[in-house]
Design a protein around this ligand. Structure first.
Ligand code: NAP
Length: 257
């Protein structure tokens, strides 16, 4: 794989959070492959640098910034550096997120609730809060927020995560309505079980844990991060110009009822 000078997104700038691993990394690479300049933002510096190195090795232009999406100053600084470096922002993939321990609702510690909601929901809001003015100044752009299968169905033992991921869909819809007339499209993606470091933690990294998850997937396998990246790139493309406030479920049929 090399980056494409005449790609679909040549001259465009994509900002990706949670880019050090999994879905964020795959999406950052996919944007680069299509010619975009990419800003990779993550709390994990080492992984983020690895993503950036991979993009550079492929011939792409990339900026790596350490960013905790729960910290206003980090988000503002990351976006300022984006403009300083590349002069514009076209696409934002607000994807950084964390899973919760599998426990029943009343057993969730208050601090754990706050941590999950802070990263998985408030982090998305904060990113949009500071991305949108940049997009408005420039006359438009596209935002994709990461929800989850847990954004469209209840997950036993996952109340905080499920609440946050449902809320990301509501947040996406309202933001989409606020800015649709100003040429900013806001959509969400809801991944099913995807083979990433998060999923390794979720399954305990065991063959048994993996089988249990796969048993919930009608297609009989986990998804690959690149399959979510494909959906995100499509949502950002002109082919999706009439897609507004939508949550694209990409889950192998897991949540089909
Ligand atoms: P991942 O492999 O754990 O990658 C997530 C990245 O986000 C990690 O590099 C993580 O850093 C980073 N991160 C965590 N907290 C952050 C913060 N406060 N600020 C900035 N970055 C932060 O997870 P993934 O599976 O790719 O998941 C990406 C997104 O998809 C998440 O929102 C997740 O909820 C959602 N999702 C995943 C699945 C799945 O099956 N994998 C399914 C549905 C939805 P650390 O590693 O240092 O924490």
């Amino acid at each position: 794989m090399t980056t494409n000078e005449n790609g679909k997104y040549t001259g465009k700038v994509a900002f990706v959070t949670g880019a050090a691993n999994g879905i964020g990394r795959a999406t950052a690479l996919a944007f680069a492959r299509e010619g975009a300049n990419v800003v990779v933002a993550d709390i994990s510096e080492q992984g983020n640098q690895e993503t950036a190195r991979t993009i550079e090795e492929l011939g792409g232009r990339v900026l790596a910034v350490k960013c905790d999406v729960t910290r206003t100053e980090d988000v503002k600084a990351a976006l300022s550096k984006t403009i300083e470096t590349f002069g514009r922002l076209d696409f934002a993939f607000n994807n950084a997120g964390v899973e919760q321990k599998n426990v029943a609702t009343a057993e969730i510690k208050e601090e754990e609730w706050d941590r999950i909601v802070d990263i998985d929901l408030r982090g998305v809001f904060l990113c949009m809060k500071y991305e949108i003015p940049l997009l408005l100044k420039q006359g438009g752009g596209a935002i994709v927020n990461t929800s989850s299968g847990a954004g469209v169905i209840g997950i036993k033992g996952g109340a905080a995560y499920t609440a946050a991921k449902h809320a990301v869909i509501g947040l996406t819809k309202s933001a989409a309505l606020d800015y649709a007339s100003q040429n900013i499209r806001v959509n969400a993606v809801a991944p099913g079980y995807i083979d990433t470091p998060m999923m390794v933690r979720f399954t305990g990294g065991t063959a048994e844990g993996k089988e249990k998850v796969i048993a919930e997937e009608p297609v009989g396998r986990m998804g690959q991060p690149e399959e979510i990246a494909n959906a995100v790139l499509w949502l950002c493309s002109d082919a999706a110009a009439f897609v507004v406030g939508h949550t694209l479920v990409v889950d192998g049929g897991q949540t089909v009822q």
